[in-house]
Design a protein around this ligand. Structure first.
Ligand SMILES: Nc1ncnc2c1ncn2[C@@H]1O[C@H](COP(=O)(O)OP(=O)(O)OP(=O)(O)O)[C@@H](O)[C@H]1O
Length: 228
C-alpha cells in the first residue's frame, strides 16, 4: 500500500543537542518534536542563536551528537549507519544554503546537473531537468554562465535549482535569501516557494523574516530549545 500521502516526510521526536562552550554545557535543543507532511512548507523562526541551523543540520543528517529520534521517509536515522544515512539524504533531501556554495569552475547548468549524476540519473535526463528548473527560475539565458558571471540573485536561483534537482521529498533551506537585498530576496523566495509547491516537495525554511514566513503554510518558532 502506498502510504506516502499520509506519513510525515520527516518526524523529529524529542530531539536534543548540547554544545560545550568554554567548559560550560549549553543546551540548544531541549526535546524538539516536529512532523512535516508531504508538500507542506514550514517556516522555522527564532532569534539569532536559538538553534535554527542546528535543527536543520540534524534534519539534514549532516552532523551527529543529537539525542532523540529523526525519522525520514519512515526510516529512523540513528538506527542507520553512515552509508545508509547518505542514501537517506540523497533519496529524500535537498539543500539550499544562505551562501549558495556553487562550484565556481562549473556553469549554472553543470552545477544543477552534478548532484543528479551523483544520484545516478542518466546524463541526458539530468541535463533536461537542469534546463527545465533554471528556465522556470528565469535563467534560461544564463545556462552557460559561471557563478562569478551571475548576480547574487541569479546565483541563489541556481542554488535553488540545484536543491530541487533530485526531486527531494523535503527541501531544507537555511536563510536561503538572507544575503540578498529585500526586493531581490522577496522575488527569489516567491519563485522558490512557487517552484517547491509546483514540485510537490515539502520544505523547512529557517528565516529571521516574519513577513516572508507568513507566505508559508505553517510557522514554527524555536524558543529556549523548544518549538512553539
Ligand atoms: N559546533 C558548535 N560548537 C559550540 N557551540 C555551537 C556549535 N554550533 C552552534 N553552537 C551554538 O548553538 C547555538 C545555536 O546556534 P545556531 O547556529 O543553531 O543558531 P541560529 O538560530 O541558526 O542562529 P542564526 O540565526 O544567527 O544563524 C549558539 O549559541 C551557537 O553558539
Amino acid at each position: 500500500m502506498n502510504r506516502r500521502g499520509v506519513e510525515p516526510v520527516v518526524e523529529l521526536k524529542s530531539l536534543t543537542r548540547s554544545f560545550q562552550q568554554g567548559g560550560v554545557k549549553i543546551d540548544v535543543l531541549c526535546g524538539v518534536d516536529l512532523a512535516i507532511m508531504p508538500g507542506e512548507i514550514v517556516a522555522l523562526l527564532g532569534p539569532s542563536g536559538s538553534g535554527k541551523s542546528t535543527l536543520l543540520q540534524a534534519v539534514g543528517l549532516l552532523e551527529g551528537g543529537f539525542g532523540g529520534e529523526i525519522v525520514i521517509g519512515g526510516q529512523s536515522a540513528e538506527k542507520s549507519d553512515s552509508r545508509a544515512r547518505t542514501v537517506l539524504r540523497r533519496e529524500h533531501l535537498g539543500f539550499v544554503y544562505q551562501f549558495h556554495h556553487l562550484l565556481p569552475d562549473f556553469d549554472a547548468r553543470e552545477n544543477v546537473i552534478l548532484p543528479q549524476l551523483v544520484a545516478g540519473t542518466p546524463r541526458a535526463e539530468a541535463e533536461a531537468r537542469s534546463e527545465q528548473l533554471l528556465t522556470a527560475l528565469g535563467l534560461g539565458h544564463r545556462l552557460d554562465h559561471r557563478p562569478s558571471q551571475l548576480s547574487g540573485g541569479e546565483q541563489q536561483r541556481v542554488a535553488v535549482a540545484r536543491g530541487l534537482a533530485n526531486k527531494p521529498d523535503l527541501v531544507l533551506a537555511d536563510e536561503p535569501t538572507g544575503n540578498l537585498d529585500e526586493k531581490t530576496s522577496d522575488k527569489v523566495l516567491a519563485e522558490f516557494l512557487s517552484l517547491v509547491r509546483g514540485e510537490g516537495s515539502a520544505a523547512l525554511i529557517a528565516t529571521h523574516n516574519e513577513r516572508l514566513a507568513r507566505k508559508m503554510d505553517r510557522v514554527v518558532r524555536l524558543h529556549e530549545g523548544l518549538l512553539e
